[in-house]
Design a protein around this ligand. Structure first.
Ligand SMILES: Cc1ncc(COP(=O)(O)O)c(C=O)c1O
Ligand SMILES: [Zn+2]
Length: 386
């Protein structure tokens, strides 16, 4: 195990990883896991991965925070396919279009990655009651991993969350509360009650280990592309944990000597009805303001304010990428286009990224190697297609 401590992403203050905690004690910013990568580089040459037979994200367990004395809480998350999309690529005039299909994860979304690692750590560190505000998929993932771990899950979701997410949480044994409001209101309700109830809060980036699960997207991408990162990554952004996690993985892999300094241009995709990052990027702001009257059918993108906004914006700029907003109608259109041409029934958040390809045409070239993330499954959003 190479984890040494947690580092505040804003002020750099060190924290003990072995204490159950949320944000930086001094400035209330996200805490990030820090590893002794010099030692890890000596212990884990890239070639040693070839003999590993584990296909799930625990393939990279020595670069994850869970001590080896503790058994991971797992449902087989990660190890998802990276598929070429030649028919859709031809339609868009792109020669090297790929999708990382996260809909095949347990609970049908990439949220499984973060929750597998975060629930494993919460259990290891002694938590018994886990609470999360969710746009839908994170709640389902927490419910599943908490059940698997024998812990209690408390999920707070907006009342108009897709029914599939609500039913899923209930059937996985979670205590579900529906709130008249947005994910930010759900978070506020947890903050008000958590101390009295004895809940440990699992909000993304307010808890240090969900991002560690999400960063395995970056490790898998690099290994799947034989250690040559793509030219462009297109990622649907709510809280932004996947984007920040992948960037962290790239930095770690460079320190390990597994990849060089070349980075993909990172593009964040949001919905026109909720685009705080797109607005802040265009206005050249270091952080985003809360987006008023947030609305979109892509429930995972209905995040009006994200605690990691300053980290996302830094990465988008540093990578030479950008941020783009897509209309709901275009997402629905793209769902059928991707489905009928490539056989994947994508979530509207994933569909938004495909729709974004058209809007990004001036910023990508036909020969670029482009990876689009389909973060969830269309079957969870059937009410959009009635
Ligand atoms: C299917 C789907 N895609 C994307 C997102 C946004 O992910 P992130 O919070 O990592 O930006 C969510 C979040 O709920 C989601 O459910
Ligand atoms: Zn701090």
């Amino acid at each position: 195990m190479f984890l040494t401590h947690l580092t505040c992403s804003r002020c750099g203050l060190k924290h003990d990883w072995a204490i159950l905690q949320n944000l930086c004690q001094k400035c209330k910013s996200p805490l990030l896991a820090t590893y002794n990568l010099d030692e890890a580089a000596r212990a884990i040459p890239r070639s040693s991965l070839r003999s590993r037979t584990e296909r799930s994200l625990w393939r990279y367990q020595d670069l994850l925070p869970l001590p080896s004395v503790s058994e991971p809480v797992t449902l087989g998350e990660g190890g998802t396919p990276l598929l070429r999309m030649d028919r859709l690529g031809e339609r868009f005039g792109l020669e090297n279009l790929y999708v990382k299909d996260e809909s095949v994860n347990p609970t049908q979304s990439f949220k499984a990655r973060g929750m597998a690692v975060a629930v494993s750590m919460a259990k290891h560190l002694g938590a018994t009651k886990l609470a999360v505000p969710s746009a839908g998929n994170a709640g389902g993932a927490l419910a599943a991993y908490a059940a698997r771990a024998g812990l209690a899950a408390f999920v707070f979701m907006p009342r108009d969350t897709p029914p599939a997410n609500v039913i899923e949480c209930e059937q996985l044994g979670a205590d579900v509360t529906l709130i008249d409001g947005l994910i930010t209101d759900c978070g506020a309700e947890i903050a008000r009650r958590k101390e009295a109830e004895g809940w440990f809060e699992m909000s993304t980036l307010k808890e240090p280990y969900r991002i560690e699960g999400k960063k395995t997207l970056g490790y898998e991408l690099a290994e799947g592309l034989h250690w040559q990162l793509p030219d462009v990554i297109i990622y649907p952004t709510g809280g932004g944990t996947g984007l920040i996690g992948m960037w962290k993985a790239f930095e770690e892999m460079q320190a390990l000597g597994w990849i060089d300094a070349k980075r993909p241009r990172m593009f964040s995709v949001q919905a026109t009805g909720c685009a705080p990052i797109v607005k802040a990027f265009a206005d050249e702001q270091p952080a985003a303001e809360e987006f008023e009257n947030a609305h979109t059918v892509a429930s995972g993108l209905r995040v009006p304010k994200a605690i990691g906004d300053f980290l996302m914006l830094k990465i988008l700029r540093q990578s030479g990428g950008g941020a783009v907003a897509v209309d709901d109608a275009k997402m629905i259109e793209a769902t059928r286009e991707v489905g009928s041409l490539e056989g994947l029934f994508v979530a509207p958040e994933g569909a938004a990224c495909f729709a974004a390809l058209r809007q990004l045409q001036s910023q990508i070239s036909p020969s670029d190697r482009i990876v689009v993330f389909n973060t969830g499954a269309g079957v969870k959003y059937l009410d959009l297609f009635e």
